[in-house]
Design a protein around this ligand. Structure first.
Ligand code: HEC
Ligand code: HEC
Length: 207
């Protein structure tokens, strides 16, 4: 089912308080980095660090292969992350590749770290260590390729994803011998999300 531009527009306005011109309508919008089907600025108006409107993830500076996979997953309804299916339904593969390329070339600039007690951070560090999350996401939690950056990601967004994995609403690759992501409890989800959101690598090793 194709969503109309009017419906899409009302979704964005509701979620973000923005006037959405539609992906093809803003022909005169600035396009600083090569051909793309819609103005990236409108994506980033919602996906900005510290957007209080919703638990919106940071996508500028995210890893290219991971971004590409997510845009395809939204488009094909393999991932049901509101409101993204509506924004990806019309994207062809060239547009997906262009979005991923442009976004991944930008700097990864997390919002202010969440306020958290030493105790909460220690619980998060312990859980991440026990589950060996760094074995894939990397020692600095900056991932690579198809594995996402998590360090400094929006806390509420991370918590929602971890809850989704835990209830099998979103797929996460099996971890080790058992699919541990599917057995995280609420306390672990909160602790891990806080620890990851607060993580600031001393230097960005790039990719
Ligand atoms: C109205 C706000 C809004 C707009 C506009 C928007 N998004 Fe999103 N986007 C979201 C939200 C909220 C999520 C998280 C969905 C979930 O919880 O799974 C998301 C998720 C994503 C993700 C997955 C991030 C991750 O870490 O897995 C990508 C990639 C993405 N959006 C790209 C885009 C692109 C490209 C555009 C412009 C074409 C765009 N978004 C426009 C709100 C928005
Ligand atoms: C076997 C490798 C592997 C391990 C171990 C692993 N991950 Fe992941 N993780 C991935 C991959 C690959 C993805 C991307 C899945 C996709 O494309 O949707 C991902 C996605 C995620 C996401 C979604 C990020 C986003 O922006 O939406 C979160 C959060 C996450 N992992 C947290 C964890 C935590 C916490 C642990 C430890 C409990 C962990 N991962 C262990 C490979 C791994």
């Amino acid at each position: 089912m194709t969503m109309t531009r009017a419906l899409r527009s009302s979704l964005v306005t509701a979620a973000c308080g923005l006037a959405w011109a539609g992906p093809l309508a803003a022909a005169d919008a600035p396009r600083p980095m090569g051909p793309i089907s819609g103005p990236l600025e409108q994506c980033l108006a919602c996906h900005r660090p510290g957007n209080p409107a919703e638990a919106v993830p940071l996508i500028a500076g995210q890893n290219e292969g991971y971004l590409r996979n997510q845009l395809r997953a939204f488009r094909e309804r393999h991932r049901d992350g509101f409101p993204m299916p509506a924004f990806t339904v019309d994207l062809d593969d060239m547009a997906v590749i262009a979005y991923a390329e442009r976004l991944s070339a930008m700097p990864w600039e997390p919002a202010a770290a969440p306020v958290a007690s030493e105790l909460a951070l220690a619980a998060g560090a312990e859980a991440v260590d026990r589950h060996d999350c760094a074995s894939c996401h990397g020692p600095a939690f900056l991932g690579a390729g198809e594995i996402p950056r998590l360090a400094g990601q929006n806390r509420a967004y991370l918590a929602r994803q971890l809850r989704d994995f835990a209830r099998a609403g979103r797929h996460h690759p099996p971890v080790g011998t058992g699919a541990r992501m599917y057995h995280l409890d609420a306390a672990e989800v909160g602790a891990i999300a806080t620890w990851l959101a607060a993580l600031r690598p001393a230097t960005d090793p790039g990719r």
